[in-house]
Design a protein around this ligand. Sequence first.
Ligand SMILES: C[S@@+](CC[C@H](N)C(=O)[O-])C[C@H]1O[C@@H](n2cnc3c(N)ncnc32)[C@H](O)[C@@H]1O
Length: 265
Amino acid sequence: MRDEAMNPAIYGQAARAGTVYLVGAGPGDPALLTLRALRLLGEADAIVHDHLVSDPILELGRAEAERIYAGKERGNHTLRQEEINALLVRLAREGRRVLRLKGGDPFIFGRGGEEVEALADAGIAFEVVPGITAASGIAAYSGIPLTHRDYAHGCMLVAGHLKNGTTDLDWRALARPGQTVVVYMGLLGLPLLCDELIAHGLPADTPAAIVQHGTTPSHRTVVATLGTLVERVAQAKLTPPTLVIVGEVVKLQPKLAWFEGKTPI
Ligand SMILES: C[S@@+](CC[C@H](N)C(=O)[O-])C[C@H]1O[C@@H](n2cnc3c(N)ncnc32)[C@H](O)[C@@H]1O
C-alpha cells in the first residue's frame, strides 16, 4: 500500500525515524494482524522478530527492511534480553524506524514490558500496538469459547514456567470450578499441571485441550480430560508452540470447531 493512500484514521500515523514500534503479530494467521501492524510492516527500516512470528507475516514486511532474528525459542535464546534491549536502543539512535515484532500480544507473556521500560530509560520514543494473544486467537479457531454463561464466568491466563524455569502457580486459585484456565508454555510441565489441578480439587474428568500451532495450517487440537491429557499428548506427538485450555468450555469443541482441517484462504 502506498503511504499517501493510507488513511491515518484507520492505519495510524506514518512510522517515524528513531522510534521503536512494539507490535503484536497475533498467533500466526496473517489475517489476524491489526491494520496498524500492517502499516508499520510496510514502513519499517528494521524488523526485529521472535521465532513465534510466522513466515507469511514476515513476508509482509518492506522488502528493503533489515530483518533481525532475536530468537526466544525455548532453550535457544539467540539474543539475551539485555542484548535485545540494547539493539532496539541502538537502531533507534541510528534514526531507523524500528519494528519490534512479537507473537501474539507484546504485553502478554511477551516481555514487552521489559523492552519498553528499557526504551523509556534510554529516552527512546516508542509505541505499543496490541495483537491478538494466543489464548483468544486459538480459542476462537478451535471452537472453545473462553467464557460461556453455562460453563465459565471467568478465565485465567498463566505461564506454565517462570523466568527461572520453575513452576510455582497458585494451584488453589487455578482449581476453582466455573472458570477456564489457559496455560502458555505448558507443554513441558504438563504432567505437573494436570496432577496439581487434580490434587487441588478439580475432578480428573474435567475437560482439557491442547492446541499446537494455533491459527496456522498445522493447527491441531487434542481434546481429553485432566486425567488423560498427558497420555493423549504423548500419542499425538505435538510440537511447540502449544497452548493448554482447561475447563468445562472445552467440551464444546467437537460441536463448535470450524477451522481445523480447513485450508486458510
Ligand atoms: C512467550 S509466550 C508469548 C505469548 C504471546 N505474547 C501471546 O500473546 O500469545 C509463548 C507461548 O505462547 C503460546 N503460543 C503462542 N502462539 C501460539 C500458537 N500459534 N499456537 C499455540 N500456542 C501458542 C505457547 O504456549 C507459547 O509457548
